[in-house]
Design a protein around this ligand. Structure first.
Ligand SMILES: Cc1cc2nc3c(=O)[nH]c(=O)nc-3n(C[C@H](O)[C@H](O)[C@H](O)COP(=O)(O)OP(=O)(O)OC[C@H]3O[C@@H](n4cnc5c(N)ncnc54)[C@H](O)[C@@H]3O)c2cc1C
Ligand SMILES: NC(=O)c1ccc[n+]([C@@H]2O[C@H](COP(=O)([O-])OP(=O)(O)OC[C@H]3O[C@@H](n4cnc5c(N)ncnc54)[C@H](O)[C@@H]3O)[C@@H](O)[C@H]2O)c1
Length: 485
């Protein structure tokens, strides 16, 4: 009988990255893997992040599409989502936080599941609730990330919402202040406003989604303002006071009203807001502390040093995939890294060479795609114009409003914008950004072009179907030809 405490592969954290690493490391072999999970198998994405957030955003997007066309507009009886049914739909998508189907999937894939908090205690050694497990091949760290709460006076004591509350909301706060101008803040402000909250976004910078092309922030700000969201740029929370705090659980209002002092960069108080809830959407921190990295001489507070095999520097048996390594904190990128790490573990276990593209997570550097599900949607891949120039690439750009037959048919007043960033010397696409209704599915075409390093001359022969929003590709290439000739 197999020793239940010895596995070929031990994975700490059963989010999307951990699940895929375990699966790829043993698939088609007699190797044995175990997933150690302290909360829910499926991780942040399934229960607290991607899945519930997209469930909450779907109805608003569908209403936007229906009200955007004569003929369906007059048939829409209410242009706001119906809260009760929307929250029930969200609950059906998250299985009310019951992870049994994911546990069944793991067991069906030949992966053991151990519940508990795992900790590295030495080379290839992991402890979970006093039990010692040994890995003959590899240990994979896939512990994800936690929401960061900035050290603002009174903020922690006010028990603010994090994204877990916003995605799992059961009470809709009448007035809410959202701290942050990143992806979580923009998406959550969208569904909260659609559900009837009066939303004030407090953004310390001067644009939303500042890591993207500048027009992205402008378009998303307009979309949010059209939904009644008040955006205060150049402002942060100076302090928070909430006299009555109540531990009501995820997604319920955590007590009485809070007074938030807004402050400018010099610390001067510029305004005071009274709100019923606060959402902190100020970024995430990899879960590296408390997982035993110090037992290996690795500083748990420092960024993990991980190579393109997803190997942690200095430990050829230790891998880190997903949010925990900070390379590209998105579900699809964590799963991609996990596929690469799993393939590397399998190849090493079978004594095969690691030559070949499948063993290197190269997309993390130059081809990270992302869709932000605001209204309008934002989709991007690769470098922005500024990012490319900062990387020393001589670029030419092609930038246009999305005005093609496909977009005119999608909405009566379609408004969208797109840019291609081309490496002038190699004449290949290094980045693309699209903003507009229904652009999410355009991103993968750009990803293929970036990853494939398709010469712009060849892109001419990728003919977009008529009438689709993809026709913008042709307009952008025509515009580029005008610039290059
Ligand atoms: C509101 C929100 C919306 C998002 N929407 C999207 C989206 O639309 N698309 C997208 O691509 N990304 C999205 N993301 C990002 C996405 O959720 C993460 O990139 C993804 O969940 C990371 O997967 P992971 O497996 O690395 O970590 P996680 O999903 O965080 O899973 C890690 C798991 O490890 C467990 N764990 C941690 N420490 C231990 C330990 N010591 N022992 C045992 N178990 C442990 C945790 O309980 C958890 O289950 C969103 C994030 C947020 C916050
Ligand atoms: N659709 C998607 O792909 C999707 C959706 C949601 C989240 N995510 C991912 O989840 C991760 C977390 O998202 P996020 O929005 O929390 O992080 P973020 O880094 O995108 O944005 C953080 C925001 O908080 C602000 N901030 C940080 N510290 C602050 C402080 N002390 N005071 C005031 N403001 C402060 C920043 O200026 C920024 O506006 C990201 O990696 C994101 O890509 C992805």
């Amino acid at each position: 009988m197999a020793d239940t405490d010895t596995y070929d592969v031990i994975v700490i954290g059963a989010g999307p990255a951990g699940e895929n690493a375990a699966d790829y490391a043993i698939r088609g072999s007699a190797r044995r893997a175990v997933l150690i999970e302290g909360q829910l198998v499926g991780g942040e994405c399934s229960y607290w992040a991607c899945m519930p957030s997209k469930a909450l955003l779907g109805a608003g997007a569908a209403l936007e599409a229906a009200t955007g066309l004569p003929g369906s507009r007059t048939r829409v009886v209410d242009d706001q989502p119906e809260p009760g049914r929307l929250l029930a739909w969200r609950d059906s998508i998250t299985h009310k936080r019951d992870d049994s189907s994911q546990v069944d999937w793991a067991r069906g894939a030949g992966i053991d599941v151990v519940r508990g908090v795992g900790k590295l205690v030495g080379e290839r050694e992991v402890e979970v609730d006093g039990r010692r497990l040994h890995a003959t091949e590899a240990v994979v760290l896939a512990t994800g990330s936690d929401a960061s709460i900035p050290p603002i006076p009174g903020l922690v004591d006010a028990a603010p919402w994090t994204s877990r509350d916003a995605t799992n909301l059961v009470e809709i706060p009448a007035r809410i202040a959202v701290l942050g101008g990143g992806v979580v803040a923009c998406e959550a402000a969208t569904w909260l406003a659609e559900l009837g909250s009066v939303v004030t976004m407090v953004v310390r910078g001067h644009s939303l989604l500042p890591s993207m092309e500048p027009f992205v922030g402008e378009r998303v700000s307009s979309g949010l303002r059209e939904r009644g969201v008040d955006i205060r740029f150049g402002t942060t929370f100076g302090s928070v006071a909430r006299p009555e705090v109540d531990d009501t659980g995820y997604g319920r209002v955590h007590g009485g009203p809070a007074v938030v002092e807004l402050a400018d960069h010099a610390g001067n108080v510029t305004d005071r807001l009274e709100v019923d809830e606060i959402l902190v959407a100020a970024g995430r921190r990899p879960r590296t502390v408390g997982v035993g990295l110090d037992a290996l001489g690795i500083d748990p507070k420092a960024e993990l040093d991980v190579d393109d095999h997803l190997n942690v520097a200095g430990h050829d048996w230790l891998y880190a995939v997903g949010d925990v390594n900070g390379r590209a904190p998105l579900t699809h990128m964590g799963k991609y890294q996990a596929r690469v790490a799993g393939d590397v573990i399998a190849a090493r276990a079978e004594g095969r060479s690691l030559d070949g593209e499948r063993y290197l997570a190269t997309a993390d550097h130059a081809a990270v795609p992302q869709v932000v599900f605001t209204e309008p949607q934002v989709g991007s891949v690769g470098l922005t114009e500024r990012g490319a120039r900062d990387a020393g690439i001589d670029v030419v750009t092609s930038e246009l409003d999305i005005e093609v037959a496909g977009s005119a048919l999608a909405r009566e007043n379609y408004r969208g914008h797109a840019v291609l960033v081309i490496d002038r010397a190699r004449n290949v696409l290094v980045g693309a950004t699209f903003v507009g209704p229904d652009i999410a599915e355009l991103v993968h075409s750009a990803t293929v072009a970036v990853v494939g390093e398709v010469p712009v001359e060849r892109l001419w022969h990728a003919v977009p179907s008529y009438p689709t929003i993809s026709e913008i590709w042709l307009r952008l290439l025509e515009n580029l030809r005008g610039k290059q000739s």
